[in-house]
Design a protein around this ligand. Structure first.
Ligand code: DC
Length: 232
């Protein structure tokens, strides 16, 4: 990388990990604090799965799903109360995007190479000045292998199921904890075991196990890493 590349390439912080590891919360907090852009790559897979389903394109038609994904006009924004909005071709589908069932569909569609290929450039375009926090499964390994700071955030499956259970309960959604844990484990197995872009830490990632750590501690550890890389 030449000196001018270093000056013009936006800094990227990648945060990968399984669902419920806290990476979404941590990524949003840091992106806000740093004033950097935020890429929620899982949302792109979720949106693609919902859109394909709504258009009645079977997931077996991977190329058609991939081509369709590239026609979607997607905007991440918020309403006047600060609530998340995800506009797809002008329609807010945020509440559907965040459903557990959509996470499951996204995990299925994410195993299709054609879909991953189509979303590659879409994700790369998020890297803009003054910087990007990229949250997902393969941010540090495939999408931004040259990122200056890579984190892999993990937590035990039972802790992640507990966290999700509490979140859903707060929203008034009643679910069984045992069932939630089974679903999390099944999704993990698919995301970690798939042939293409499996969920694994990049060789140069800092691996943090958040099972017994609060969000503040995790954010602190990442800030330290950003400092040691002279990114802040
Ligand atoms: O982070 P999430 O729960 O929103 O992700 C939903 C699914 O999308 C997840 O089970 C696997 C897939 N995914 C992926 O394969 N690669 C990414 N970079 C992000 C998500």
């Amino acid at each position: 990388m030449s000196k001018s590349d270093i000056q013009t390439t936006p800094p990227v912080l990648t945060i990968d990990g399984p669902s419920g590891s806290g990476k979404g919360t941590v990524s949003r907090l840091l992106a806000n604090e740093l004033g950097w852009h935020y890429l929620d790559s899982g949302a792109l897979y979720r949106i693609t799965a919902l859109a394909a389903q709504a258009a009645e394109i079977p997931f077996d038609y991977a190329e058609t799903v991939a081509d369709y994904a590239l026609t979607l006009d997607i905007e991440f924004t918020s309403d006047e109360q600060g609530r998340e909005q995800i506009l797809v071709n002008g329609e807010d589908i945020a509440s559907q995007v965040r459903l557990e069932t959509t996470g499951e569909l996204a995990s299925q569609i994410a195993a299709l190479p054609a879909v991953r290929e189509a979303l590659f450039q879409v994700q790369r375009k998020f890297a803009e000045q003054p910087g990007l926090v990229a949250d997902g499964r393969d941010m540090g390994t495939i999408i931004f292998p040259d990122a200056r700071c890579k984190i892999f955030l993990d937590a035990s499956a039972s802790e992640r199921a507990d966290r999700r259970y509490k979140q859903l309960k707060e929203k008034g959604v009643s679910v069984s904890l045992a069932r939630l844990r089974e679903e999390i484990e099944a999704r993990d197995a698919r995301d970690r075991g798939r042939e293409i872009a499996p969920l694994v830490p990049a060789d140069d990632a800092l691996v943090l196990d958040s099972t017994a750590m609060g969000i503040d501690e995790v954010v602190d550890r990442i800030r330290q890493r950003l400092r040691s890389e002279s990114l802040i």
